[in-house]
Design a protein around this ligand. Sequence first.
Ligand code: GLC
Ligand code: CA
Length: 564
Amino acid sequence: MASPTQPRHPAWWKESVIYQIYPRSFKDSNGDGIGDLRGILEKLDYLQDLGIDLIWLCPIYRSPNDDNGYDIADYEAIMEEFGTMDDFDALLAEAKRRNIGILMDLVVNHSSDEHRWFQEARRSKDNPYRDFYIWRTSHDGTVPNNWESLFGGSAWELTPETGEYYLHQFSIKQPDLNWEHEPLRQEVYRMMRFWLDKGIAGFRMDVIPLISKKVGLPNRPDDFHEGWLRWYANGPRLHEFLQEMHREVLQHYDICTVGEAPGVTSQEARLYVEEDRKELDMIFQFDHFNIDRQPGSMYDRRPWTLRAFKQIFRHWDEALAAQGWNSIYLGNHDLPRIVSRFGSDDPAYREVSAKMLATLLLTLRGTPYIYNGDEIGMTNVHFAAIDDYRDISARNMWQLRRAAGVPEADLLAALHDFSRDNARTPMQWDDSPHGGFSTAEATWIDVNPNYREINVAQAQANPDSVLNHYKKLIRLRRQHSVLVYGEYEIIDEENEQVYAYLRKDAQECLLIMLNFTPKELRFSLPESVQFTKSETLITNYQAVTLSERTVTLLPFAAVIFKLT
Ligand code: GLC
Ligand code: CA
């Protein structure tokens, strides 16, 4: 059950708490309705007070924003709407002054079609940039193979200039880069050094398992049911490329790297993060990302169970127990809000369940990533019409399924559950118009109407708020290194209502109990958990005590006991 006791190599990034910022939605400093770098700078004191160590900035590079910055037109320039390079340098310096480092998003599976490389490449077959992208001829007037874009439709687009198709695994405006071509790789490494030499703290690497493609780009078999990404991920040269990147760039800096890794199993993860392989520090796994969705679909619900959820975290913890390290996240800019998805956004339970999820996030073994807004318990948004949605994925899905005759009501319901825009509505700072995010007439996407009740100002004024609970948990994590390095041992994994586990090392043993239901219940510890005394370190209710070996857990209760 428990992972073998192994010395953990200490590292600053294992002890860090990371905060993910979606710049477009964080804070608008100049009243144009779009978040920007100066806006983030204004909020650094807020982040310092929260207690985080690192910021992961979603892409801020020059981009036509087909996919909100994940389509990059110039890797060494700042998106005009977000500010200037001077603003970036100021942000970096001011963050550093507060002991906060910045991780940049590295999006190198694809660029924008407006990138200079692509503009050149599409012109002619002998253009020097042609091989920066992936081109195929069609022999029978149909697309070169059956690969699909994650955002819907074929992954191939014809260019009239040469009559050839280019590959795009995301939108038409996101042509895939050709990592087989050495000059492309050298350009990427040079660009990475440009940012690292400025003093950034590392990179989050977008869809990194996709950069190496299957030889010959074979058709995806009709009976391949492992999910959309398994067919495209982990190409034959992937680890060779990552090791080369490590040799040429990463090893020369004291930084933190995390690869977004859809389509990677916990066993395959070891190839990415075991120290002696010299590739990455961490990856983001996708098993719980997809736990409530049909395989291969972003919008079709399936029921999830707490047991399956616990198994996922145990498998990943075990896989990387001896070597490597996990990242822990519950939400991000591609997912629904965590309180709506894994807790409850019913006003009766919203705060208590948000605190319960915070307890999980900050006490599993691995580096925790907080997504902006989750620290105040922001919820999913229920926009009334497709026109209110901005995400390319939502809009494409709507078009394709409407054309196939699916009723609007069903599609709206799917968006309410799964739209990435749930996590992209503006940060709710106070109860002034647009939640204090912007002074503009209209913002790029509407603010969730619940900003009058759910906002930072309100949370700061209330000692029992979700925000203050996050602060306490972050402090607790600093005081108890067992929460960083200690063993993770699950208790009663079969239990469908309570998530309970131990974190222990030679000095301390902490017991964490989380009620994932809106019901009051009793939980009894198995005999295997031995102790004589228990002390409550933190809970989301007034008091919880362990009498004998049993505890009563109120709806969505979370408690950490120190056992001696
Ligand atoms: C990643 C990003 C997502 C983006 C996609 C294409 O999954 O997190 O937001 O749309 O890659 O870059
Ligand atoms: Ca702005």
